[in-house]
Ligand binder design. Structure first.
Ligand SMILES: Nc1ncnc2c1ncn2[C@@H]1O[C@H](COP(=O)(O)OP(=O)(O)OP(=O)(O)O)[C@@H](O)[C@H]1O
Ligand SMILES: [Mg+2]
Length: 297
C-alpha cells in the first residue's frame, strides 16, 4: 500500500480560518470526479454485501445485523438512523474496520477487507479512515495537540511535521487557542472538535462518525456539522450516525436501520451536490474560528 504522504490539512498555517480554505488538502486523492455518463472511473467508497453480525453471549445469540447491503459512492454524505439497539454502531464498526462481519463481505475502495492481513488493515485504517466516537475517546491528562498528533505518531510521521499538522487540524476546527488544554479542561463541544481534528489529521478519504453530536448543544452541533459538510464538499465521503432528524436532513442521504435491517434508504440530494448542511447552515457564522469571540462552546 502507498505510504501516507499527503501534507497538512490546511496549508495556510495555524490561525484564522478563511471560509474558502480547505479543511484538508484539496490535492488529495479524495477529490472525486463528478458523476458522469461514462464508465465509473473509481470504485465505490463502500460496498457492504449481505452482511450479518451475530454476537454470541454463551447460549444467547444477538443478531445485530441481518443481511445488510449498502453501497456508498465517494463524496456522498450519509446519515444512519434507527432506534437504540438497531445495529448502527455495529455497522459503523464494520465500516471502520474495527470489527468483522459474521458473514457477507465489505469492500472499501473496491478492496475486500477480508483479504487484508493485520498490517494492511491497520495501514488502511490509519490512512483512509477518520473515526469519530460518540464518547470522544480522547486520552485524558493529555493536551489537545498531543491527542491530535497520536494517529500521526502511529503512522511514523516525524515530530516537527506531526506538530505542524496537528496545529493545522486544530486550527481548522477552531481550536487553535486550546492546543495545550487537557481534555478535562475543555467543554464537550471543544472535546468533540478535538476528536474531529484527530480524525482528519491523517487526511482520510472516509469520515465515520458515531453520533458525533449526541452530547452537544445546538450551537456546537452546528459547528461540528459544518466541519463535516466542508470535508464532504472537499470530496470526502462522510457517514454519520444520528438520532436527530434535524441532523439527518442535513445529509445527502438517509439510511434507516431497524432490528439489524435496512428499512429505508432515502436520497435527499445528489452525492456530488453541495451538502445540504452547507446551504442550511451557511447563514450562521463560519466554521468555528479560534480567533473569533463567541465561538467557543
Ligand atoms: N459486543 C457485543 N456483544 C453482544 N451484543 C452486542 C455487542 N455489541 C452490540 N450488541 C448488541 O447488538 C445490538 C446492536 O447494537 P448496536 O450497538 O449496534 O446498536 P445501536 O443502533 O448503535 O444502538 P444505540 O443507538 O443505543 O447506540 C444490540 O442489541 C446490542 O445489545
Ligand atoms: Mg450505537
Amino acid at each position: 500500500m502507498r505510504a501516507a504522504r499527503n501534507p497538512d490539512p490546511g496549508a495556510g498555517g495555524p490561525g484564522r480560518l478563511a471560509r474558502e480554505r480547505p479543511l484538508v488538502d484539496r490535492a488529495s486523492s479524495a477529490r472525486q470526479p463528478p458523476a458522469g455518463d461514462g464508465p465509473r472511473q473509481r470504485p465505490l467508497a463502500i460496498q457492504v454485501r449481505e452482511v450479518t453480525k451475530t454476537y454470541e453471549l454463551g447460549q444467547i445469540k444477538v443478531r445485530a445485523l441481518r443481511n445488510v447491503s449498502l453501497q456508498i459512492e465517494r463524496g456522498d454524505f450519509v446519515a444512519i438512523m434507527g432506534s437504540s439497539g438497531s445495529g448502527k454502531s455495529t455497522l459503523m464498526n464494520i465500516l471502520g474496520c474495527l470489527d468483522i462481519p459474521s458473514s457477507g463481505s465489505y469492500l472499501i475502495d473496491g478492496v475486500d477487507v477480508s483479504s487484508l492481513d493485520e498490517d494492511d488493515l491497520s495501514d488502511l485504517r490509519s490512512r483512509k479512515i477518520g473515526f469519530i466516537f460518540q464518547s470522544f475517546n480522547l486520552v485524558s491528562r493529555t493536551s489537545a495537540i498531543a491527542n491530535v498528533e497520536l494517529p500521526l505518531a502511529y503512522a511514523g510521521v516525524d515530530r516537527a511535521t506531526r506538530r505542524q499538522r496537528a496545529e493545522d487540524a486544530l486550527s481548522a476546527v477552531g481550536m487553535a487557542n486550546r492546543l495545550h488544554h487537557q481534555s478535562s479542561e475543555l467543554s464537550g463541544g471543544q472535546q468533540q472538535r478535538v476528536a474531529v481534528a484527530r480524525a482528519i489529521v491523517t487526511n482520510p478519504t472516509l469520515i465515520l462518525a458515531d453520533e458525533p453530536t449526541g452530547n452537544l448543544d445546538s450551537h456546537s452541533t452546528e459547528g461540528v456539522l459544518r466541519i463535516f459538510a466542508r470535508l464532504n464538499e472537499e470530496g470526502r465521503t462522510v457517514v454519520l450516525i444520528t438520532h436527530e432528524p434535524d441532523v439527518a436532513e442535513l445529509a445527502k442521504r438517509v439510511v434507516r436501520l431497524s432490528d439489524g435491517e435496512v428499512v429505508e434508504d432515502r436520497r435527499i440530494t445528489g452525492a456530488h451536490d453541495v451538502p445540504p448542511a452547507l446551504q442550511h447552515l451557511k447563514s450562521a457564522h463560519h466554521a468555528p474560528d479560534a480567533n473569533a469571540p463567541g465561538t467557543q462552546s
